[in-house]
Design a protein around this ligand. Structure first.
Ligand SMILES: Cc1cc2nc3c(=O)[nH]c(=O)nc-3n(C[C@H](O)[C@H](O)[C@H](O)COP(=O)(O)O)c2cc1C
Length: 307
């Protein structure tokens, strides 16, 4: 039986629902020795900012039980360098490239969206887990009004599908998701990393140069799954679920909770072929359960999912 694996995420058409998560996969080419990029549903490129960023002082990464703490600090070469030097190399692949953007102000997000509305970019993922310099460093993603402002500015500067990437570091994820939807987001992705830290008992100091960092990997999967479940009950737009996915079974849990597509981040560090294995595993599950279209599984475990 031929299984339909294609999905439409708010106008972003993917050949299958498996993406890579921003910041864990470079721009995709770094993984060429391990996988066939053309088989991926899509690649979400490392977060870009208007100007190049050197990132945080080291150490920037530390392993925790079943997880990874990172404080990279959005190190990247800047949007202009990406457009001139990296994007042209990506156009030869069949997969879709989604660009993740981070701004210091709503206006910066607008400029980034405009600059990136060029051939080769399939959609924009708006990372709202960034401090708003104009609002005293308040993280955009923690305030529904700021989320709405950023998303509407981005929508006003592009015709590409706009994906709002939510931060899990909030009390009410449904309120934030609704704000993004009402402001015109075409899809929602979640979750970004959870704020955490580690302390070295020898030096008696925090391990990370930045003191705090973002926790990712299998340790956060139950939280991510719960949030996808809740957001699926709050919005009608498609959802890209992520957080700790390392197997087809994990991916299926997110789909059954209400995700239309999934992304794999830290899992790539454990097994660089994980995306290929998850695509094959999802297809196999559909065949075994006589599911003709993978989208028929979306939200099956979530009776209150908005349709
Ligand atoms: C090293 C690293 C860098 C990341 N950089 C970004 C980034 O630039 N922009 C972003 O929106 N999310 C970034 N993330 C968050 C991931 O895209 C993803 O949301 C999170 O890690 C949860 O998925 P996972 O458990 O599969 O890694 C980063 C995560 C890691 C581990």
């Amino acid at each position: 039986m031929k299984v339909k694996m294609e999905v439409d995420i708010g106008g972003l058409k993917l050949q299958n629902p498996v993406l890579t998560a921003s910041g864990t996969f470079g721009s995709g080419q770094e993984y060429l020795p391990f996988i066939d990029l053309n088989r991926l549903g899509g690649v979400v490129v490392k977060g870009l900012t208007l100007l190049p960023k050197a990132g945080n002082p080291p150490p920037r990464l530390i392993e925790t039980p079943s997880g990874l703490l990172n404080a990279i600090g959005l190190q990247n070469p800047g949007v202009d360098y990406f457009i001139e030097n990296i994007l042209p190399e990506l156009t030869s692949y069949q997969t879709k490239f989604i660009v993740n953007i981070s701004g210091n102000t709503p206006e910066e997000y607008g400029v980034l969206a405009q600059k990136l509305s060029v051939p080769g970019v399939a959609a924009l993922e708006v990372n709202i887990s960034c401090p708003n310099v104009k609002a005293g460093g308040l993280v955009f993603g923690t305030d529904p009004d700021l989320v709405a402002e950023v998303i509407s500015v981005v929508k006003g500067h592009t015709n590409l599908p706009v994906i709002a990437k939510l931060s899990p570091n909030v009390t009410d994820i449904q309120e934030i998701a609704r704000a993004a939807e009402e402001a015109g987001a075409d899809a929602i992705s979640l979750i970004n990393t959870l704020l955490g830290m580690a302390i070295d008992v020898e030096t008696r100091k925090p391990v990370l140069g930045n003191i705090v960092g973002g926790l990712s990997g299998p340790a956060i999967k139950p939280i991510a799954l719960r949030m996808v479940w809740q957001v699926a009950q709050a919005v009608k737009i498609p959802i890209i679920g992520m957080g700790g996915i390392v197997s087809a079974q994990d991916a299926l849990e997110f789909i059954l909770a209400g995700a239309n597509a999934i992304a794999i981040g830290t899992g790539n560090f454990i097994n660089p072929r994980v995306t290929m294995e998850v695509i094959a595993g999802l297809e196999e599950y559909c065949q075994k359960t006589k599911t003709e279209d993978i989208s028929h599984l979306v939200g099956l475990a979530n009776p209150l999912k908005m349709r």
